[in-house]
Ligand binder design. Sequence first.
Ligand code: 5GP
Ligand code: ZN
Length: 113
Amino acid sequence: MGCLFCNILEKKIPADVVHEDEHTLAFKDIRPVAPTHVLVIPRKHVAAIHDLGDGDAALIGHVMLAARTVAKKMGLEEAGYRLVCNDGDAAGQTVHHIHVHVLGGRNMSWPPG
Ligand code: 5GP
Ligand code: ZN
């Protein structure tokens, strides 16, 4: 209820979808921070990584495999890309429905900000 990404899943809010399967949806970030910036979310609402249970191995596995598929689809595989998962306030998580950022198309610095 009131979850932005659940609303995108239910197509109540439009999104630029780049990949979808039984377990996940992937769409372009509205404020990209790299030439390619896609968010991969599970269809099941889980607010954050720290809310995952021991029984959610398949759920988070599907998200990571979908992120890999998205990276390949977006042509990032050869150059490399970064997967980011912000968990909680200190990490800057702003949407409380698990998502993996797929970032690519430029060189990334380390450590992240
Ligand atoms: P977080 O900061 O929680 O790790 O990432 C949330 C991301 O969702 C941000 O990068 C933000 O730009 C993106 N975002 C916020 N609202 C929307 C929206 O309505 N549509 C899309 N496609 N992305 C959004
Ligand atoms: Zn949700």
